[in-house]
Each structure stands twice: as C-alpha cells, then as structure tokens.
Design a protein around this ligand. Structure first.
Ligand SMILES: Cc1cc2nc3c(=O)[nH]c(=O)nc-3n(C[C@H](O)[C@H](O)[C@H](O)COP(=O)(O)OP(=O)(O)OC[C@H]3O[C@@H](n4cnc5c(N)ncnc54)[C@H](O)[C@@H]3O)c2cc1C
Length: 462
C-alpha cells in the first residue's frame, strides 16, 4: 500500500501533529552529514512515546515500507538517508532521561536524549559518562549506540559499546525485545545488545537504553607538544603507548590543520609547527604527575621542540577547544569536506601518515589530517568542491587509496563513523564474501521484508 493511504494510521499511532508530509519537512530529513545525494522520504513520523515507536515500526513492516530511524542526523556515512518511498522515524520526541542510579552507577535513557545533555546531567551527580563524539552537543544516545560512536576519550575509556549494559528494541513486528540488564554482570541469554550496537538501524529500533556510569578521575593534566615533522609526532604516539602509558586523550594535528584552526579562532597555536600532539593524562593525582613527566620525556626524546603544560582549567579548555575547532575550521575552507576515519594499529600511524602525504601529493588534493592518534583513528579530511567533476574523481580515487592503505596496514574502514551507504561497497575488502552472506542471512530472518534501513552496511543481497 502507498504511504498516502497510511497517513491516518500513522496519525492514529503517533498523533496527527507528529506526522509530516509537506515537501519542506520531507526535504529537511532527506540528507545527513555525509557527502551523498539526498533522497526525499514520503513521510516523516515523530513518535513521542515508546508505544507509538513500536506501532509505527509494525505499521511500516505490515505495509512493506522502508523505515529509517533518525536521531540528530549527524552520522557521516549516509546512515539516515532514507530509502526512496520510505518513512523517516525521528527519535527527538523520545528524549527523557528516565533514571540516573548513583548507587548502582547506571542510567536509563530514551534513544533521543542528546549525548552532551546526558553527560552533563550525569556529571552534576558526581559521575562520568565518557563517550564524547565531536557532535555530542547534538547527537543522540540512540544514534551513538547505532554507530558505536567514539570520541577523544576512546583511547583510555573505550567507546559507546563499552557503556551499553542493556537495550530494549522494537523488532519489525512491533514486539519489544529486552536485552542485557542493570547489573554489572549479566549473561542471561544471547548478547542481543551487542548485536544491536553499530547495527545502524538495520536490525531493530532502539527504545530505552541502559548505560554504565563510572566515577570521574580525581585529577588530570593537559599538554601540547610541538614537533618538527608528522613522522616525529606519530613516532611519539607509538612510543607513549609502547611505554605502557594510556593517556585519556592523545590527539594529533598536522601543520595545515594547525594554521586553519588558528585562522578560525586565534588560540595562540604555533603556526610554524609541522605537527602538534595534544595529550591529557588523568587518574590519581600522583599517577597523573608521574605519567605527565614520562610523556614529557618521551616527547623530548622524539624531537619535540617545546611542551606546554596547561597551568589551569582555562588553559586546559583552550587546548581542547583548539582540537574541537579542527573540523569546523577545515570545513569552512572549501564547499565540500570529506571527513574519513580509516583506522590503523597504533604502531602503523607513521606509515599511514606517510601514505596520506603521498596520496595528497599524487592526486593534488588538499588533505588536513588530525584525529585520535592514540587509538590509530586518524581523520584525513579532504577539502574539495563536489561540483568540480574532475576534482571529485580524484577525491573518490583518494578515498579508495586511503582505505586500501589502511587495510594493507592491518587497519579498518571505520574507527567510529560507521559504514552506512558511503562505505558498504568496501565491506568485502575488510571482511569476506562469506561474512557478508552471513550478515544477509541473519538480516533476512530478523527483517524478512528488508524494511529496516535498506542498503546500509551490507548493501542489498545480490
Ligand atoms: C561535526 C561532527 C563531529 C563528529 N564527531 C564524531 C566523533 O568524534 N566520534 C564519532 O564516533 N562520530 C562523530 N561524528 C559522527 C556522528 O555524530 C555519530 O555517528 C553519532 O553517533 C550519530 O548520532 P545521531 O544522533 O546524529 O544519529 P543519526 O545520524 O541520526 O543516526 C545514525 C545511525 O543510527 C541509526 N539510529 C539512530 N537512532 C536509532 C534508534 N533509536 N534505533 C536504531 N537505529 C538508530 C540511524 O538509522 C543511523 O543509521 C561526528 C559528526 C559530525 C557532523
């Protein structure tokens, strides 16, 4: 049945005020943060209760309508670009923090809760929710779980999957499936929460999510080290880890990014530095002092010309603001910004940096490189103009080369941005045909009509 005949049913399920069909509304949900063509959905529905979310899901399945769940639409891989003729289901009406349990250190949230709002509320209670994607002021917990989002603290504290204790989700038939629990240990049944993490809306529609909380570190120290080359900076990253120090954050910026950030907001960055490392160690005050001293020594041993240690909270914030400015500053330079997140084992960062420099030179592309160097998750950012056909061909080639090189170095297609539509064509390069067939078989059991975010991650069955 066509969507227009179902509007009344969607209105009955979610309320007439939560069903949008105007071209303007449909256009607003036709694209996301990926550099891909937009697709207009037929209808946009905004359930404001769990029950409505389940009913809308079942309605789509009964009528064979492709369903794309959307949090804030900040994903960078086309995960919320709707399927033609499909329905977009928004989760921003489900944005309540249901419980923060200080005694047992967990929280239960609806899927549309904004990440930074949640983290701030948790911090007010003296607890800590570490996953901190750069998009945290707008991204949602549901979107973070569906992408297994990471962030600056991933090196020491892990990523979203490390904090998901339990997950309720709607299956395509509108049954609420409960998985995981609220206890530190829970091995009852299959780990379905684990299956849902990084499933990008292709296996189920998340409802309430139970998240682990931890106590915050008692002390932290941030520093900025200046290097004469990206090679020296990347060798320092490998050396810090090889010395068995795991900083809370270990980020890198190349000269191009440093200058772009400095032009964006004068933060006093050293514009003649070939590379910067931004490091934060945290923990017990004594451990922080010891680790900071070792990190300083390793930086000096690896040619750092200067190391600036933040003296107070304001200086510490300035260091991290500069890092957070990297993407918005780069994105302002050209009309199109292709942010990649190919990731390599940490010991291979120097090789990956070299490869990026070669790709940039060979294809005459502007690539700014920054990222979570400590976990091997670099963000080579190609600045271009998609309207320039010839340049765009070189960009596509450059992206292929980045993935080829990352995989050859034992890395992965995505450290945190997911696969979506953008990278599904590369999946077989990293996994295997058998793995993709297996995933299709699993999907066909859980979603026989293939309505849940069709084409994302594993593409369509051939
Ligand atoms: C400026 C910027 C900085 C970023 N920095 C980072 C970073 O540091 N680390 C990082 O990991 N990512 C980063 N990202 C990418 C993006 O923010 C993350 O992938 C984030 O997790 C997406 O959250 P969202 O709420 O916007 O989800 P959306 O983009 O709306 O959705 C993402 C995926 O989740 C699915 N989904 C959403 N809600 C549900 C649900 N309830 N049930 C089932 N599936 C659902 C969608 O269908 C889609 O496939 C950044 C993006 C931008 C634009």
């Amino acid at each position: 049945m066509g969507v227009e005949k179902l509007i009344k049913d969607f209105e009955a399920a979610a309320g007439a005020e939560n069903v949008m069909t105007s071209e303007t509304d449909r256009h607003a949900y036709s694209y996301d943060a990926a550099v891909l063509d937009s697709v207009l959905p037929e209808v946009v529905v905004r359930p404001a209760t769990s029950e409505a979310l389940g009913k809308v899901t079942a309605l789509c399945n009964e009528n064979g309508l492709p369903l794309t769940v959307r949090g804030a639409g900040t994903n960078l891989s086309g995960g919320t670009i709707p399927h033609p003729g499909g329905v977009v289901v928004l989760t921003n009406g489900l944005n309540r923090i249901l419980e923060i349990n200080e005694a047992d250190m967990y929280a239960v949230v609806e899927p549309g809760v904004v990440t930074a709002t949640f983290a701030a509320e948790v911090a007010r209670r003296g607890l800590f929710y570490p996953p901190d994607p750069g998009s945290q002021t707008v991204s949602t917990i549901g979107g973070n779980v569906a992408e297994n989002a990471g962030g600056l603290r991933g090196l020491k504290y892990g990523v979203t999957k490390d904090y998901v204790m339990g997950l309720d989700f709607w299956d395509v038939n509108g049954n609420l499936i409960k998985s995981g629990g609220r206890t530190v240990k829970c091995v009852t049944g299959y780990n379905l929460s684990g299956l849902m993490v990084a499933s990008e809306g292709t296996l189920g529609v998340f409802d309430n999510i139970t998240l682990k909380l931890i106590p915050p570190a008692k002390a932290a120290k941030s520093m900025m080290a200046i290097f004469p080359s990206m090679k020296a900076a990347s060798e320092t990253v490998a050396a810090i880890i090889a010395n068995k120090i795991v900083p809370a954050t270990l980020e890198m910026m190349d000269n191009f990014t440093i200058n772009t950030v400095e032009n964006f907001r004068q933060a006093g960055l050293p514009t003649d530095a070939a590379a910067l490392l931004l490091v934060e160690v945290d923990g017990h005050p004594q451990e922080v002092e010891e680790d900071a001293a070792v990190v300083e020594k390793i930086c000096k041993d690896n040619q750092a010309s200067e190391i600036k240690v933040a003296k107070d909270a304001a200086e510490r914030d300035a260091v991290w603001q500069a890092r957070r400015d990297a993407l918005p500053a780069l994105a302002k330079l050209r009309p199109t910004c292709v942010l990649e997140d190919a990731t390599v084992p940490r010991s291979k960062i120097p090789d990956m940096i070299q490869a990026l420099e070669e790709i940039s030179r060979k294809l005459d592309l502007t690539i700014g490189t920054f990222g979570h160097a400590g976990d091997g998750n670099l963000h080579p950012t190609i600045l271009t103009d998609k309207r320039d056909k010839h340049e765009w061909e070189r960009v596509e080639k450059g992206v292929d080369m980045i993935f080829d090189r990352a995989l050859a170095l034992g890395g992965t297609l995505s450290g945190e941005h997911g696969i979506g539509l953008a990278k599904s064509k590369y999946m077989e390069m990293e996994t295997s045909k058998a793995s993709i067939d297996y995933a299709h078989r699993m999907k066909s059991v859980l979603d026989p009509k293939g309505i849940l975010n069709p084409g994302k991650i594993i593409g369509f069955k051939k």
